[in-house]
Design a protein around this ligand. Structure first.
Ligand SMILES: NC(=O)c1ccc[n+]([C@@H]2O[C@H](COP(=O)([O-])OP(=O)(O)OC[C@H]3O[C@@H](n4cnc5c(N)ncnc54)[C@H](O)[C@@H]3O)[C@@H](O)[C@H]2O)c1
Ligand SMILES: [Zn+2]
Ligand SMILES: [Zn+2]
Length: 351
């Protein structure tokens, strides 16, 4: 293994404005007790990175200037902090970006993804748009058998998709996916893999992604030309779907989910609503007896277990959703591409 340098250049959020990234020099971090040092293989661009690029209200409140962002990542363990015996040098790992204390009531009840003392790698603290990073060893997950290490960073968004879907019934159920960004596309793929009876995929105007959703197994694909609520009701004998998942970040789409979910059904929301706070039709929620759930991150570790099962069985078509590989040198172009949207997942490689 090559020698570890003392400094590195990493993409850093430096200025209080839209964009505002620079590739600046940082020391290569040293793993503290319980941490591993990872050499980055690849890091993908997430919707959250786009929020940070746009420097919206949520980002301004959460990302300190000077942070190396990037949280969907994988690489090779090259250093072990004191007391780490769960990993070996050379292990290939992907990162769970929610860092937990493992000691608060939320962690103890099995909800470490919403730890009361938690933080998010690559959002609140330094992440992986640089060539080396440190994380707690428990957050460095071994890569499942059969998954190309170059694809491993996508477990973060795939896990988001699975966590959202499993907030309601999937097998033999009708499922609507609103918003066909990379996470929505993974949700279409995962819903198919998990045995959904009917999958309705909805975007606004992104025909590139709507075509991808069709090829990943959506039974019906809707867009701005359609009356989304009426079409979903028509496709479900007037009832609405069992399980609606919201991945668009559009207030209109959230209202659509409420109006097109069956009585007593499930609405699971992963989106972050940038600058526009949605109004929720609350009387519909009450009288339709809906279960509305906010979804954050991935369950640690049941979502990872479900995901590894699906990946090991070859049921997730990572190749179809991962549409672009670029060099980390092209970080700014990759964010532009992700904002323009003629892409699925965009992955940045370090070698
Ligand atoms: N809660 C969490 O833990 C978490 C984690 C990751 C991402 N997120 C959020 O999840 C969302 C999805 O992420 P992504 O990267 O897949 O998203 P993305 O921003 O790439 O894609 C959103 C898609 O929604 C479509 N859209 C816009 N208006 C719509 C409408 N009215 N109806 C249907 N579709 C519409 C867009 O055309 C686009 O294709 C983002 O809001 C992101 O910030 C949340
Ligand atoms: Zn992400
Ligand atoms: Zn905790």
């Amino acid at each position: 293994m090559s020698e570890i340098p003392t400094t590195m250049f990493a993409w850093t959020k430096t200025t209080d404005s839209v964009g505002g990234f620079a590739r600046i020099e940082h020391p290569v971090p040293t793993p503290a007790a319980g941490e591993v040092l990872v050499k980055t293989h690849s890091t993908s661009v997430c919707g959250t990175d786009i929020h940070i690029w746009k420097w919206d209200e949520w980002s301004r409140e959460n990302v300190p200037l000077g942070t190396i962002t990037g949280h969907e990542t994988c690489g090779q363990v090259v250093g072990l902090g004191e007391g780490v015996d769960s990993h070996s040098i050379g292990d290939l790992v992907a990162i769970e970006c929610h860092l937990a204390c493992w000691n608060c009531p939320r962690c103890e009840e099995g909800n470490a993804h919403i730890c009361e003392n938690g933080s998010i790698f690559g959002v609140h603290i330094n992440g992986a748009f640089g060539p080396y990073f440190v994380v707690p060893a428990v957050n460095a997950r071994q890569i499942p058998e059969g998954l190309d290490p170059g694809y491993a960073s996508i477990q973060d968004p795939l896990g988001n998709a699975i966590h959202t879907l499993t907030g309601g019934p999937v097998k033999d159920s009708t499922v609507a996916i609103h918003g066909l960004g990379p996470i929505g596309l993974f949700a279409v793929n995962a819903a198919k893999a998990m045995g959904a009876a009917k999958i309705i995929a909805v975007d606004w105007d992104n025909t590139y992604r709507m075509d991808l959703a069709k090829s990943l197994g959506a039974d019906l694909v809707l867009g701005k030309e359609n009356d989304v609520v009426a079409e979903i009701l028509a496709a479900t004998d007037g009832r609405g779907v069992d399980n609606s998942c919201e991945f668009s970040g559009s207030p209109q789409a959230l209202a659509n989910t409420v109006h097109s979910t069956r009585m007593g059904g499930y609405v699971n929301i992963l989106s972050v609503y940038g600058n526009s706070m949605p109004e929720v039709p609350m009387n519909e929620v009450v009288f339709r007896y809906l279960h509305i759930k906010g979804i954050n991150g991935r369950k640690m570790w049941s979502t990872w277990d479900t995901m590894h099962d699906l990946l090991e069985q070859g049921l997730i078509d990572v190749d179809a959703v991962l549409t672009h590989r670029m060099s980390i040198d092209d970080f700014e172009q990759a964010v532009d591409l992700a904002i323009a949207g003629n892409c699925g997942k965009v992955v940045l490689d370090f070698t």
